[in-house]
Design a binder for this molecule. Structure first.
Ligand code: ADP
Length: 624
């Protein structure tokens, strides 16, 4: 036997090991789950190889696919053996010396944070193999690859380095021998290990033999008849596949035979780890064919924006030996994806109908993914539109409403659905854009997230009604039925036409550098002025988001010139018209300040220094 070689762990691995060894001891039980799950993955991979290759190419092809656990109380040892795909010497170094999934510092930071907040979250990160050191003072891994090359042994105490040496005479697969730490001796006791397997691993699709006795029930829950499955079984299964500690928010068990054969079991979890700041989640649905896993965390079987779902999809129509690559552009997979997506969206709509309050919980947690769906996937626009929720001028505070509800309330001659973006309900309601809507009792949707305006502009219309942002220059709320007296009454308080004309042309001249146009507003009620967008497609909010994006790339954050609308019935504007004759310099300061104020109300930025200095000059004048 050749000499052992010593290897340093990658720096990130050392940090991970440090967290595993020093912070996660309260959740020690999960190490058994993690190692069993690695064994099951290795078995799935072997099964997949065996389907695509000649039997002669496979080493030990007669060995049954299973996981065995052996205990040695006297020597305080726990051994987990699988007959899966195994690892070559190089694979041992690469896989058990580095962090496979992300290897990034942000993963570690997230993990450390989760460990601090709530250790039960750890399970969802899948610390994987390294969890062996939660209970082990020394870990030995003996492995032989399916290709039959001689096996190797990996040994480490989890501190700085590991050793690799040749280890002849092994069967195919991987054996992990854990020397238990002080205080962890129970993991060599049968009752203890059995209870952990029952808790975490009962749905592993291979026999788990504990000292010779099979302790799990190998079954594919999703392929069974719905009526025969209890809530508890579903719950256990969910906990198993999602590594979750609590109940799911929703569950959909959907099966069909024609035109496609699909058995699927989808769960919506309780928490959204992405909005909790844990980085992008990877898809949580596994693809099976005839109960054999062909694509774990499948990127192909559902659209990307449904990555928050957990579960399984099984279709007998798929070829068993299909590669991951081929899945991506397989027409059948695309068909299944479409059917499943539509079914899931329909399910959500049904749930919303049944219990809107529960749906709003879902919306609060996962609504952002549906918005992503609208913005990225044209195909499901109609279904997704139904599921959107927004606050509006007629919704209760913090109780968003659906577009159907909006349509139901609107008057028969209203042709468009209106919305306006702002940082909050209060900010929007204090601003100029909603004044005319309030006066005319027209409902307006409040979009308070930066993505919202992109979502609505992608959606473009709902049930034949176009979405129109209230900061559009060409917005018209002209009411055909408006009486002549009202017109008359309005004009009584206004600047007369001639004065208005003069004011407009003076403002155009004075604000020439800043605005594209100045006009008399037909929709301001109280406020003196407002900013509107000459480009009908772009809203102020969208422009702001894009400007920030450009600035992050080191480009200019400048935005296009806007139109200013003024309210000639507002006293400040009336007085400004007079001020031009008596003190034009001061009038110009006031005009600039009105412009800046309107920009701020539009959520657009102004030069703060210039604005503050001017503001002080105006205040000085007021106190003098
Ligand atoms: P993950 O399972 O999340 O990829 P792990 O740290 O648990 O991360 O494992 C790293 C890699 O080591 C796995 O991706 C796999 O390639 C390999 N590995 C771990 N356990 C086994 C095993 N029992 N048999 C074969 N390969 C394994």
């Amino acid at each position: 036997m050749s000499k052992a070689t010593t290897h340093e762990f990658q720096a990130e691995t050392k940090k991970l090991l440090d967290i595993v060894i020093n912070s996660l001891y309260t959740e020690r039980n999960v190490f058994i789950r993690e190692l069993i799950s690695n064994g099951a993955d290795a078995l799935e991979k072997y099964r997949h190889e065996s389907l695509t290759r000649d039997q002669e190419d496979l080493f030990d092809s007669h060995v049954p696919l299973e996981i065995s656990i052996d205990l040695d109380e006297e020597n305080k040892e726990l051994t987990i053996t699988d007959t899966g795909i195994g690892m070559t010497g190089e694979e041992l170094v690469a896989n058990l010396g580095t962090i496979a999934h992300s290897g990034s510092n942000s993963f570690l930071a997230d993990l450390a944070e989760a460990a601090r907040k709530d250790v039960s979250l750890i399970g969802q990160f899948g610390v994987g193999f390294y969890s062996a050191f939660m209970a082990g003072s020394k870990v030995r891994v003996q492995s032989r690859s399916w290709d039959g090359t001689e096996g190797h042994e990996w040994v480490s105490d989890g501190t700085g380095s590991f050793e690799i040496s040749e280890c002849p005479g092994l069967h195919r697969g991987t054996k992990i021998i854990i020397s238990l730490k002080e205080g962890c001796e129970d993991y060599a006791k049968k009752w203890k290990v059995e209870s952990i397997i029952k808790q975490y691993s009962s749905f592993v699709p291979f026999p788990i033999k504990l000292e010779g006795d099979t302790v799990n029930t190998v079954q594919a829950l999703w392929a069974r008849n719905k009526s025969e499955i209890s809530d508890d079984e579903y719950l256990e299964f969910y906990k198993f596949i999602a590594n979750a500690a609590d109940d799911p928010l929703y569950r959909l068990h959907f099966s069909t035979d024609a035109p496609l054969s699909i058995n699927s079991l989808l769960f919506v979890p309780k928490e959204n780890f992405e909005i909790m700041g844990f980085g992008r989640v990877s898809p949580g649905v596994n693809l099976y064919c005839q109960r054999i896993l062909i694509d774990q965390h499948s990127e192909s079987i559902l659209p990307e924006w449904l990555r928050f779902l957990k579960g399984v999809v099984d279709s007998e129509d798929l070829p068993l030996n299909i590669s991951r690559q081929a899945l991506q552009d397989n027409a059948l997979v695309a068909k299944i994806r479409r059917v499943l997506t539509k079914r899931f969206l329909k399910f959500l709509a049904e749930e919303a109908k049944k219990d809107e309050e529960a749906y709003l919980k879902f919306w609060e947690t996962f609504g952002i993914y549906l918005k992503e769906g609208v913005a990225s996937d044209f195909e499901y626009r109609t279904e997704l539109g139904k599921l959107l929720r927004f606050e509006s001028s007629k919704s209760k505070e913090s109780t968003p409403v659906g577009l159907d509800e909006y349509l139901l309330r609107m008057s028969p001659d209203q042709e468009e659905i209106y919305y306006i973006n702002g940082s909050s309900r209060a900010a929007i309601e204090a601003g100029p854009y909603v004044e005319m809507f309030r006066k005319k009792d027209i409902e307006i949707i409040y979009t308070t997230e930066p993505i919202d305006d992109f979502v609505l502009s992608h959606l473009a219309e709902y049930e034949g009604k176009k979405f129109v942002s209230a900061d559009r220059a060409d917005l018209s709320l002209e009411d055909k039925s408006e009486s002549k007296e009202e017109e008359q009454e309005k004009s009584a308080q206004q600047l007369d036409d001639k004065k208005s004309e003069e004011l407009i042309s003076w403002l155009k001249k004075t604000l020439n550098e800043k605005v594209a146009d100045v006009s008399i507003s037909s929709r301001l009620v109280e406020s003196p002025a407002m900013i509107v967008n000459p480009d009908g497609y772009m809203t102020s909010s969208m422009e702001r988001v894009m400007a920030v994006g450009r600035m992050e790339k080191g480009l200019t954050g400048e935005i296009s010139k806007k139109n200013l609308e003024i309210n000639t019935a507002n006293t400040l504007i009336c007085r400004l018209a007079e001020l031009i004759d008596s003190d034009e310099m001061f009038a110009a300061e006031v005009a600039l300040q009105i412009y800046d104020n309107a920009m701020i109300q539009a959520g657009l930025s102004v030069d703060p220094q210039e604005m503050v200095e001017r503001n002080y000059r105006i205040l000085q004048k007021a106190v003098d």
